[in-house]
Design a protein around this ligand. Structure first.
Ligand SMILES: Cc1cc2nc3c(=O)[nH]c(=O)nc-3n(C[C@H](O)[C@H](O)[C@H](O)COP(=O)(O)OP(=O)(O)OC[C@H]3O[C@@H](n4cnc5c(N)ncnc54)[C@H](O)[C@@H]3O)c2cc1C
Length: 435
């Protein structure tokens, strides 16, 4: 156990954090004699869990890590985003923030359909090594089996059927409503809290939008000739925080529409999950001020009664910074460690960065060394995430202009280059301070 052949790793949750962690770790932890799979993902849902069809934007800090694990952007229909543009509710262009940032940060921003993104991460975690051109063995997936208990010191998890499984490393990536985070913090008070913002999300195909619009042209922010790979923010401009974020996904054949407003304006609570079915009529009413085209598209969409097109509602929640992410041989990552709202679009990026920090457990790490290695990862990850969470919170009440909001933190957010560089920078900084 924990021999030179690799560590036994249990990952709790097959979301973006868990699957990225599995891809990072699978390459280095296997039994070289009989190629026993050493990374196991336990997921309480089915293989297609959490594949809500809406969009997500991954920033250069996340993209750099994805590229390092051979992420296939073509397969996922990734759309590069070159600018963020604002519109007033009548469709007039406001400011435009240049996001063509590859020369500056080494990678671009990409927009994806969430389900395509997760499918690709699942492939990277579980495809045969020969297909990916890497060593190691695919991670094993166990669906429909939640983890209900955790002994972090001993490295034991309890499955929903009562079975107990031992590992050298346990990666807790069970999302915003984590059941296991408190086994690490030992404090039941760490729970995600509502932020007062609600988000309705739909993914609409351009074909459906055209049907909905009839004789009307596609809006300026949608038409590929005028939208030019922008992520557009359409503001109500009436003192409320109502806004719609719209960006192209899946080879530009779909658009993600995220409609954000203050919670008191929406009528439905989504306390238990942020995947609750949206209150369609309420959304239509609240966003009717955004002009005829958008209203027609939303109305058409909510009237299509199919799982693929359903409106999802997220009552946006976040988590106070945790005092620790590590206990014994367990580490909490992703939303379970630091749920934040999408106001800076960094939640999934942080999940990817957390997962990448597990590279510190690469080949040769021994079972006895695991607690210290996890602490080392935490020493970089936690302070960075706390800062990003604090900056994200500032946007909840004081929006400022979109340019101000996006540019204020761009350098800090996007210049991250992975755990090894971050540790090197930290060391250099402490050497300078003591000199
Ligand atoms: C409206 C909205 C828009 C967003 N947009 C962006 C964006 O543009 N860019 C960005 O970077 N971030 C964005 N985010 C944030 C991003 O979605 C999250 O940070 C990210 O999905 C977190 O991934 P995760 O793997 O930690 O959690 P999840 O994706 O929630 O995965 C957790 C998994 O654990 C499983 N699970 C739970 N409990 C157990 C258990 N006991 N045992 C086994 N399995 C379990 C769940 O079923 C699930 O599959 C957005 C969030 C919201 C709400």
């Amino acid at each position: 156990m924990g021999s030179e052949n690799g560590l036994r790793v249990i990952i709790v949750g097959s979301g973006l954090a868990g699957l990225t962690a599995a891809r990072i770790l699978r390459e280095h932890h296997q039994d070289s004699t009989d190629l026993v799979c050493r990374v196991t993902i336990y997921e309480r849902g089915s293989a297609s869990v959490a594949t809500g069809g809406q969009g997500i934007i991954i920033a250069p800090n996340g993209v750099k890590i994805l590229e390092s694990i051979s992420y296939d952007r073509e397969r996922t229909g990734a759309v590069p985003i070159y600018a963020i543009r604002t519109y007033d509710k009548d469709g007039n262009v406001g400011e435009e923030v240049d996001m063509d940032v590859k020369p500056r940060f080494g990678a671009d921003c990409i927009a994806l359909k969430r389900s395509d993104f997760r499918d690709e991460l699942l492939r990277l975690a579980t495809a045969p090594s020969v297909e990916l051109g890497i060593g190691g063995e695919p991670a094993k997936t166990v669906w429909n089996k939640g983890i209900v208990g955790l002994d972090a010191k001993a490295g034991v998890v309890e499955l929903s059927d009562g079975e107990k499984v031992t590992a050298d490393v346990i990666v807790v990536a069970d999302g915003v409503h984590s059941r296991l985070r408190n086994s690490i913090t030992r404090d039941e008070s760490h729970k995600a809290k509502k932020t007062g913002l609600t988000c309705y999300r739909v993914a609409v195909s351009t074909a459906d939008a055209q049907k909905a619009l009839g004789d009307l042209p596609l809006p300026h922010w949608w038409d590929p000739d005028t939208s030019k790979n922008c992520s557009s923010v359409i503001m109500a401009g009436d003192g409320t925080q109502r806004m719609v974020t719209a960006y192209p996904i899946r080879h530009q054949t779909y658009f993600n529409l995220s409609c954000i407003m203050r919670t008191e304006e929406s009528s439905q609570s989504a306390t238990e999950s942020w995947h609750a079915e949206g209150d369609r009529a309420k959304m239509l009413e609240s966003f009717s001020v955004f002009g005829e085209s958008l209203h027609k598209i939303l109305r058409y969409q909510v009237n299509i009664d199919s799982a693929a097109t359903e409106v999802k509602i997220w009552e946006l929640q976040d988590l106070e910074p945790l005092p620790t992410w590590v206990r014994g041989r367990a580490i909490v990552i992703g939303d379970a460690a630091h749920a934040m709202t999408p106001m800076q679009g960094q939640g999934a990026n942080m999940s990817i960065e957390d997962a990448e920090s597990l590279r510190l457990l690469e080949t040769g790490a021994q079972r006895d060394e695991v607690p210290d290695i996890l602490k080392l990862a935490e020493s970089v990850r936690r302070p960075r995430v706390v800062k990003i969470l604090e900056e994200t919170r500032k946007s909840h009440t004081a929006l400022g202009t979109v340019a101000e909001r996006m540019l204020r933190n761009l350098d800090f957010n996007c210049s991250y280059n992975g755990i090894y560089q971050a540790l090197k920078a930290k060391k250099e900084e402490s050497t300078t301070m003591t000199a």
